[in-house]
Design a protein. Structure first.
Length: 184
């Protein structure tokens, strides 16, 4: 099977949606505190698994067969466990404070545009600025880190600009359309 559909088609990426749905059920049923005790272990095992997957595949790029087979599911599990840890721990403890850092919240605020533009920006950076595959023989991890940094800066700048020029003005229109919940 070609690698692009596995990366982009929802059917192949349902694991993250399922984990989110299961966590919502766990929250509503009151079993989230039980999951909270397991969250650090799940994160540690998940990160170790992700390291193994990248070593087996040779790199972390999205077309890595091992990342497609196991890596994305591991990332979804790790993210779910981090969310559980943030929800179940006191707000002033280390985990929730780390996950509510301003720079992470900024990525959340601009996430929709980042989602839409990250691939074209990465392609442009790879074509015109920095091709990390040229550094694979010397230092593959350093090349990948530099590439992601080089691609994140313009993507974030464009997302910030989109927020200011389009999204925020559109969201202000909500004031003109009041919302009332139906009586239950």
């Amino acid at each position: 099977m070609p690698v692009l559909p596995i990366y982009v088609i929802t059917w192949f990426r349902l694991d993250g949606l399922v984990i989110g749905a299961l966590l919502a059920v766990a929250l509503r049923r009151g079993i989230m505190p039980d999951l909270g005790r397991l969250a650090p272990i799940v994160v540690i095992v998940g990160v170790a698994g992700l390291i193994v997957v990248t070593i087996m595949g040779g790199h972390t790029w999205w077309w890595n067969r091992r990342m497609q087979q196991f890596g994305y599911s591991l990332i979804a599990v790790i993210a779910g466990a981090m969310l559980v840890g943030a929800i179940t721990r006191p707000a002033d403890s280390l985990w929730p404070r780390m996950l509510s850092a301003g720079w992470l919240r900024a990525f959340g605020k601009y996430s929709y545009c980042l989602y839409l533009i990250h691939l074209p920006v990465m392609r442009a950076v790879r074509e015109y600025v920095f091709n990390p595959e040229e550094t694979l023989a010397i230092a593959p991890w350093i090349g990948q880190v530099l590439f992601y940094g080089a691609a994140t800066a313009p993507a974030f700048a464009l997302a910030w600009l989109s927020w200011r020029l389009f999204e925020a003005p559109i969201l202000r229109l909500k004031e003109r359309f009041p919302y009332s919940r139906a009586a239950s």
